[in-house]
Design a protein around this ligand. Sequence first.
Ligand SMILES: NC(=O)C1=CN([C@@H]2O[C@H](COP(=O)(O)OP(=O)(O)OC[C@H]3O[C@@H](n4cnc5c(N)ncnc54)[C@H](OP(=O)(O)O)[C@@H]3O)[C@@H](O)[C@H]2O)C=CC1
Ligand SMILES: CC(C)(CO)C(=O)C(=O)O
Length: 303
Amino acid sequence: MPVNPHITVLGMGALGQLYAGSLAKLGAQVTGLSRAGTVESVNFMTPQGLQKVALSTELPELYDILLVTTKAYQAVDAVQSHARAIGPNTTILLLHNGMGTLAPLKKRFPDCTIWLGTSSHGALLEHGILKHTGAGETWLGFGYGDRNSEQESAFAELLNQALTPCQFSDNINHKLWLKLAINSVINPLTALHQCRNGDLNSQRFAPQIQALCEEFSLLSLAEGLDLSPEFIQQTVYQVIDKTAANYSSMNRDISARRPTENNQISGYVVSRAAHFGIAVPTHSKLFETLCRLERRQNSTSLL
Ligand SMILES: NC(=O)C1=CN([C@@H]2O[C@H](COP(=O)(O)OP(=O)(O)OC[C@H]3O[C@@H](n4cnc5c(N)ncnc54)[C@H](OP(=O)(O)O)[C@@H]3O)[C@@H](O)[C@H]2O)C=CC1
Ligand SMILES: CC(C)(CO)C(=O)C(=O)O
């Protein structure tokens, strides 16, 4: 990878535009890719008004860094559709919520390096205007392939300047599983009850939240992570408080009758638990209820 790598952002929704635009503001070489091709600019809503940030419209023959910001269920197909530009020197960075994309991608691209990441920034894209709705942090980590600590630190430092804070973690699995825990509690509950994140502070959700955290903790032990139920629950409530006024992404998807990341969040928890023979009845029930709801929405939208 060159010292100043070209960054190709695949998936120019809210999160993709936030990362592409923030990196381009800093002067990095960034190309944004939607399904239709390259995206010329990002329109940031700032307190001073609209700020248009130009992106590069050049596409390298072989990508240096491919930053994947599609939804989790779109990531594998999206990367696959760019296979011709992915070589042994390409690093694929997966930055979506939910899990399960690393295994198929490393099988399909065994010569590449794959980094994993998680973002707690809030981004909203409406009518082509991007709002950075919540400051958060980015954690990156190694997933597969060759390790190169210089490249890892250099890219984390670039993102740290573009969208602070960002760090390369030696234990990204811990960060990803904690984010999975948060998403597996907040997202399905707010989607099914069509409520804001802050509404989960109501006592009526407390027993279900406690059960979800306890079941997740058992699974984390089997995964070699040891997230205690108390720690998970404390973290979940911190996120509920910090994002109290927001609607979760799954809430928005259900409300707009779009597909959700249920398979990659609750579905992943349920399938890993089945793998270890661990009972996760509260997660299973939420997963199945959401599956039924999505199926019902799909069938009525076909009428
Ligand atoms: N928005 C946020 O605040 C945060 C989001 N996340 C996570 O980040 C991920 C992205 O979220 P978000 O940006 O909100 O989602 P969006 O749906 O807004 O963005 C995903 C984008 O990827 C595009 N896309 C899908 N497949 C392809 C493809 N094959 N080629 C090119 N583009 C493609 C989609 O296009 P199309 O619409 O045509 O499918 C869409 O524009 C999710 O996993 C989400 O949970 C994490 C933290 C915060
Ligand atoms: C943390 C949380 C739940 C914030 O809303 C989120 O990541 C999401 O909505 O997908």
